[in-house]
Design a protein around this ligand. Structure first.
Ligand code: C2O
Length: 582
């Protein structure tokens, strides 16, 4: 196994889209950032040099960080952030996982431009894929383009001020020709395909807000993996992908030679929210035996493929209705695992069960009384079991450090509560543009709540969506562990009845689980990776508003099952005070 080294220079640069120069914080001047391409078993060392004016951490989304929580990159949860003019080297091993993951900044909204693919190849080469070896593998990162200052956007989200939406959606950093600058279409990403060949698309949703439907005109996808776990291959003409998820899909270039649009459409609440400007974006698939427009001559073998009248206009796909959330429900329901390719068996004996509701609530402003409700005097927050997560401030010790060194503040953290059994009324939703009538917006409280698990405990979590915001499906992401997805459903989870629908035979393993709108999803994980792990919604505004909590996994009884001490040069308070920045 190799040590794969990268240097990530984080800086603020200007990029021009839609006729406007915008300051963006990126790695090595590029958007998306560099691809980390490694082989299972390798060690990755990424030296992050922070030349930006922001505090930075990088999270390796989906990397299990086995016995290595220190490298997980969550500010004030696992580490102090890397201050401007400081640097830090993340070191981690990628064993027991293969497929597509990604990395992103985990501070404010900066992940919109600080992200890239992290690809883990099989140890024995592409021949060991549980599907035919593809001709080429291509990362496809769906994201958003923001003309607003992302730090301002983050501040607004955390302070009950809405109305910031991306200016455009992107595929591999390009806006595509549905957007234009004074009449000149923006460049779109071009994907070149040779007729008859098979391509593995490694699709990542790095956007802050939107779940996307993705299609390629004239082609079908065979989905083969998600979140770096193989799935039983299934064929579909549309991929549904929520923020944080990855999907690996094979595409065969078996259409007539030509040009085809690749379209990503943000999905929308069933009741359109007039404030949301959702934008479709498109890239182009270009067959290599077709000349591209403006290139003048046909390439070799060309005449049958170059009918002059239609070669300039790519074929466009028929997209699903963006309000059709059922497509996503069924798409995600089609994911089943490949048990023989997964080292750990499906956990059958459950030690702890939790029901976690995802909702919106209101908290009163400091020192004031208020009524509940979106427009009561309170501040609107997002919550889990009515607790809105309050991240530890820079004045405190990061939770992992406090946990490891047993400093007092960790024991003072409130325990993440259980949810008292109750049912939501999903039929009388009384929809308003912002969601249901105020019944679902309840008094919440802000806390840095944590939940502790004994080492090795099998934990079943049912994430229950409430009727809040009518529609949002919530991509819930657990750090440090993959979860098996046992079942999903609409309405209220019913413990007696719904266990019957659990797939205990070949459930998919995921690090980001989509909780359907107005429904629930049941997952299990084995709490065997000691450390302090963030669990949160990957919709940025839900996260920023507090839809998060922390799972603490205790050490096991042996050295091999215990968290080792922090790595060298770990950012500490003392270092910040004493070190002269370089
Ligand atoms: Cu990809 Cu905590 O996030």
């Amino acid at each position: 196994a190799a040590v794969v080294k990268h240097t990530f220079l984080v800086s603020t640069v200007k990029m021009k889209h839609l006729c406007k120069e915008t300051q963006v914080t990126v790695v090595n001047g590029q958007l998306p950032g560099p691809v980390i391409d490694v082989t299972e078993g390798d060690t990755v060392a990424v030296h992050v040099v922070n030349k930006s004016p922001n505090n930075i951490t990088i999270h390796w989304h989906g990397v299990r960080q086995w016995l290595n929580c220190w490298a997980d990159g969550v500010p004030m949860i696992t580490q102090r952030p890397i201050l401007p003019k400081h640097n830090f080297t993340y070191r981690f091993n990628v064993s027991g996982q293969e497929g597509t993951l990604w990395w992103h900044a985990h501070v404010s909204c900066l992940r919109a431009t600080l992200h890239g693919a992290l690809i883990i190849r099989p140890r024995h080469g592409a021949g060991s894929y549980p599907f035919p070896k593809p001709h080429k593998e291509i990362p496809i990162i769906i994201g958003d383009w923001w003309q607003k200052d992302l730090r301002k956007v983050a501040w607004n989200m955390a302070h009950d001020s809405f109305g910031d939406f991306p200016s455009a959606s992107t595929i591999n950093g390009k806006l595509g020709d549905l957007f234009n600058c004074s009449g000149t279409p923006e460049d779109g990403y071009e994907l070149h395909m040779e007729p008859g060949k098979t391509y593995l698309l490694r699709i990542i949703n790095a956007g802050l807000f939107f779940e996307f439907y993705l299609k390629i005109a004239g082609h079908k996808f065979k989905v083969v993996a998600s979140d770096a776990n193989y799935v039983s291959p299934f064929t579909t003409d549309v991929i549904a992908i929520a923020p944080g998820e990855t999907m690996d899909a094979l595409v065969v270039a078996d259409a007539p030679a030509g040009r085809y649009y690749v379209v990503a459409v943000p999905t929308q609440p069933p009741l359109p929210d007039p404030q949301v400007e959702a934008h479709a974006t498109r890239a182009i698939v270009q067959y290599s035996n077709t000349h591209s427009p403006g290139s003048g001559a046909a390439v070799a073998g060309g005449d049958q493929s170059c009918e002059e009248d239609d070669d300039d206009v790519p074929v466009a796909p028929q997209m699903p209705d963006e309000h059709d959330t059922l497509r996503s429900f069924y798409f995600h329901g089609n994911l089943t695992g490949l048990p023989h390719r997964r080292p750990s068996p499906v956990p059958l004996q459950v030690d702890e069960r939790m029901l976690i509701t995802l909702g919106l609530g209101s908290v009163c402003r400091r020192g004031q009384s208020c009524t509940t409700g979106v427009h009561g005097k309170g501040i609107l927050v997002a919550s889990m079991n009515n607790i809105s997560f309050e991240p530890p401030t820079m004045k405190t010790t990061p939770l992992l450090e406090a946990h490891y060194f047993h400093t007092g503040d960790i024991d003072a953290m409130p325990e993440f509560p259980d949810w008292p059994p109750r049912l939501f009324n999903f039929t009388d939703r009384g929809l308003t543009p912002w969601g249901p009538k105020e019944m679902e917006v309840e008094r919440a409280s802000k806390a840095t709540a944590v939940r502790r698990f004994r080492h090795g405990a099998v934990v079943e979590v049912v994430f229950q969506n409430t009727a809040i915001l009518q529609s949002d499906s919530n991509p819930m992401h657990l750090h440090g562990h993959d979860m098996v997805v046992l079942a999903q459903g609409h309405g209220n989870y019913n413990a007696t009845k719904d266990v019957a629908s659990y797939n205990l035979v070949n459930p998919p393993w995921k690090n980001t689980v989509l909780v359907p709108n107005l429904g629930w999803v049941a997952v299990r994980f084995v709490a065997n990776n000691p450390g302090v792990w963030f669990v949160h919604c990957h919709f940025e505004f839900h996260l920023t508003m507090g839809m998060a909590t922390v799972f603490i996994v205790e050490n096991g009884s042996t050295v091999e099952t215990s968290l080792p001490p922090p790595p060298e040069n770990f950012p500490t308070r003392a270092a910040e005070d004493n070190l002269v920045p370089d």
